[in-house]
Design a protein around this ligand. Structure first.
Ligand code: PMT
Length: 397
């Protein structure tokens, strides 16, 4: 199941560190290449030699590495990793990552990686239930880190409650599921629009909006990683599309409409994250407009509402998802768009909120469904939101 996957296992200092030996062994049996990073406290429980033997790779520890090598090594493992597993994860390592502290090899590497990170906490129950630890877990979860619940039982310290490291078999199952999940859109064709359209006024000027394309590109990346065949219709953006998707660049709403209609019939799922100009200049001047008077009047005419048109021709087998960028009455306005445009789901973002909407790396959204159900997603990265949107679309199918 894990053949060809590079998994970095971070072992922090707790009595359950010995169980990480079993975890590493099981991951290798599944075909993974495993690299272990130990905190210096972890080396008090299990020796690096044990992990070196069991992983068949050098073990990185703070104790043994010269600081001059840190930079090179943490970048190397951070970029090599397909997945990071922290087991056992102590209150200390969770607290460090939650607060942006990178003062040893493990915390530095976690901070530098773009791979998914799973924490498997293990600690005394009172520590685990401490509001500070809980708040750290909550804030890390909100930005896309994954946490396993600890098992409940008698702990090494004699206290009974939550805090035991989950069984190695359960941890390995969770790791496997992170990769299996990535095929749940296999065989599906997904059409995604991203970025803003621009409507020319003359050869040098245009009407545009603040969309960066980040939300739509995050969706395209997430859909691709789950095995979908992705077509991305993109407005102008500085973003680099991931390799493996079919990208069509457009500028105006009319061009977006043509491209979308060409792809629509073949698509199983259509997600319109683009910010389309509702109006365009009636006339596009052939030459640059000269600065002649004190004021100038531009007449704008309505653009086609692409999503509304798609809602009219949508087939039973297709799922149509829109976005709503609102500055007031978020739910009411989004619901009315969902109904009018015949959508299966709408992603509503209040673009006045800090960390939401245009051009930010994060978003804050509400998923609104046809049956009136609303799911609130707190502030998290657009990548994490893209995954949640896809999971919810899958449940509709
Ligand atoms: O690109 P980013 O910087 O990451 O920003 C993300 C985003 C804010 C652009 C994104 O999260 C978002 O909200 N996209 C929709 C923006 C928008 O145009 O919303 P709207 O409420 O005006 O339109 C509703 C829906 O109809 C949208 O799905 C839109 O694509 C579609 N529409 C709108 C007008 C039009 N003429 N044709 C359309 O298809």
């Amino acid at each position: 199941m894990l053949k060809g996957k590079n998994i970095v296992v971070g072992v922090s200092g707790g009595i359950a560190a010995y169980k990480a030996v079993d975890i590493v062994s099981r991951l290798r049996k599944q075909g993974a290449e495993v690299y272990v990073i130990m905190t210096s406290s972890a080396t008090n429980f299990v020796t690096p030699t044990t992990f070196r033997e069991i992983s068949a790779n050098p073990v990185v520890t703070d104790m043994w590495d010269e600081p001059k090598n840190w930079n090179v090594e943490h970048i190397a493992l951070a970029t090599k990793a397909d997945l990071f597993l922290i087991a056992p994860a102590t209150a200390n390592i969770i607290g460090k990552v939650a607060n942006g502290i990178a003062d040893d090899m493990l915390s530095t590497t976690i901070m530098a990686t773009k791979a998914p990170v799973i924490f498997a906490p293990a600690m005394n129950s009172n520590m685990y239930l401490n509001p500070i630890v809980q708040s750290n877990i909550k804030s890390l979860t909100a930005i896309g880190y994954t946490f396993m619940d600890p098992d409940v039982g008698m702990l090494a310290c004699g206290v009974e409650g939550p805090g035991r490291l989950p069984e190695p078999s359960a941890i390995v199952e969770r790791v496997v599921s992170m990769f299996v999940r990535s095929n749940d859109l296999c065989g599906k064709k997904i059409l995604i629009t991203a970025g803003g359209t621009i409507e020319p006024i003359d050869p040098v000027r245009y009407i545009g909006n603040r969309s960066s394309g980040k939300m739509g590109y995050a969706l395209a990346k997430a859909a691709l990683s789950r095995g979908a065949q992705v077509t991305l219709i993109s407005g102008p953006t500085s973003l680099q599309p991931p390799t493996g998707i079919d990208v069509r660049y457009i500028e105006t709403a009319a061009e977006m409409q043509n491209a979308v209609l060409e792809e629509f019939n073949d698509s199983d799922i259509i997600i319109k994250a683009a910010a389309v100009a509702d109006y365009r200049p009636q006339e596009v001047a052939v030459q640059k407009i000269k600065k002649t008077g004190e004021s100038i009047t531009l007449t704008l005419v309505k653009n086609p509402d692409i999503l509304y048109e798609l809602g009219k021709i949508k087939k039973e087998r297709q799922l149509l998802v829109g976005f709503a960028a609102e500055t007031q009455d978020l739910i009411e306005n989004a619901m009315s768009k969902m109904t009018r445009k015949n959508l299966d789901m709408i992603v509503a973002n209040d673009v006045t909120m800090p960390g939401a909407g245009f051009n930010s790396n994060t978003n804050i959204v509400k998923l609104i469904f046809k049956d009136g159900r609303i799911e609130e997603i707190p502030k998290m990265s657009k990548d994490a939101i893209a995954s949640i949107i896809l999971e919810n679309i899958l449940k509709l199918g």
